[in-house]
Design a protein around this ligand. Structure first.
Ligand code: AHM
Ligand code: MG
Length: 341
């Protein structure tokens, strides 16, 4: 006998759309590969909850704020939260049987989990705390993640198979630690936004199939670097200064700035500078995951000259200029870059 469907409370349905269930719904499958991807997303969510918990009480605890006194592979001063968040991802994926390597902005070489190989053929790439200068002043920060399939055996431990274009990503997303904690992800089937419900301890679906506006008012760039950019980027900023309807927003944390642009439209730029011709943002841990998301939401991401997802990094920590956001606004920046000088 079949039962007539019950008219259940619609808010219950929403509350039950957890991240892991959503991944399975997207893949329309319960096979092993789908289960793995769903379990990976669930672990990333756990990392997000652990980091959010630590951030929420940072001001009350010794050993959370400030610097460690070390510098990382990027030559940047390491903050205690960077180290903590980096270790959270490792702890969460150890003995999970899900990924066999983790590559992070904070580690010179990938962290291998040999006991997960060859079961876990995935690599997790991540920036544990993006925008970490915001941690000490209690402003928004984020974590960025990307999942790639391992190709080949990586017997020399050099992870050269990761040096491929961003189109190779299986999934990507970020966690935004703001007034609420949000997780935004894509497995190549649109962009979906989840909000952490602290009373449930679960990320619950809040927006499905997010579409970025084709144009928006915001331009988000560190104009303190104005005189260090190439002329086309200066021309673009002069253009927005002279035309009504534009407004500047820049928080110093890419995830927060990008979240605004995904929701409301506009463009984020981090051009190359005289001293750093490739800019600041790392291809594998920052630019490519966000480019994957933005394209999935109907937006555009480029270096100014070519699609960001076509960039092949030459080394794990390679950087690239980034222009990302609403398709019309990115195209406008590109029109300045491609204009004959
Ligand atoms: P981080 O990962 O070391 O924190 O660096 C990345 C951050 C981005 O979140 C942000 O957009 C950018 O650096 C800000 O850089 P700047 O202070 O040069 O404008
Ligand atoms: Mg970063």
């Amino acid at each position: 006998t079949t039962q007539a469907p019950l008219d259940t409370d619609p808010t219950l349905d929403r509350d039950c759309t957890t991240l892991s269930r959503h991944v399975l719904q997207q893949l329309k499958s319960y096979d092993a590969a789908a289960q793995d991807l769903s379990a990976i997303m669930n672990r990333i969510a756990l990392a997000g909850k652990l980091i959010a918990r630590q951030l929420s009480r940072a001001g009350l605890m010794a050993n959370v704020l400030g610097f460690t006194g070390e510098t990382n592979v990027q030559g940047e001063d390491v903050k205690k939260m960077d180290v903590f968040a980096n270790e959270v991802f490792i702890a969460v994926f150890k003995q999970s049987g899900l990924v066999c390597r983790l590559a992070s902005e904070e580690m010179e070489k990938p962290y291998y989990i040999p006991e997960n190989c060859p079961i876990g053929r995935y690599t997790l790439l991540y920036d544990p705390i993006d925008g970490s200068s915001n941690v000490d002043i209690n402003l928004s920060v984020g974590s960025i993640f990307s999942i790639r399939q391992q190709e080949g055996d990586d017997l020399d431990g050099e992870a050269k198979d990761l040096l491929q274009a961003g189109r190779k990503q299986v999934a990507a997303g970020y966690i935004l630690y703001g007034p609420s904690t949000m997780l935004v992800y894509s497995i190549g089937q649109g962009v979906h936004v989840f909000t952490l419900d602290p009373s449930l301890g679960e990320f619950i679906l809040s927006t499905e199939n997010l579409q970025i506006p084709t144009h928006g008012p915001v331009y988000s760039v560190n104009e303190g670097n104005f005189w260090e950019w190439d002329e086309p980027f200066r021309e673009f900023t002069r253009y927005v200064h002279r035309h009504p309807g534009y407004t500047a927003r820049y928080s110093g944390a890419l995830v927060g700035d990008m979240h605004r642009i995904l929701m409301q439209g506009g463009v984020f730029l981090y051009p190359g500078t005289v001293n750093k011709p490739e800019g600041k943002l790392r291809v594998l841990y920052e630019s490519a995951p966000l480019a994957f998301l933005v394209e999935q939401a109907g937006g555009k991401a480029s270096t100014g000259k070519e699609p960001l997802l076509d960039v092949t990094p030459t080394k794990l920590h390679a950087r690239s200029p980034l222009v990302i956001g609403s398709p019309e606004d990115v195209a406008l920046v590109e029109s300045f870059v491609n204009r004959p000088q």
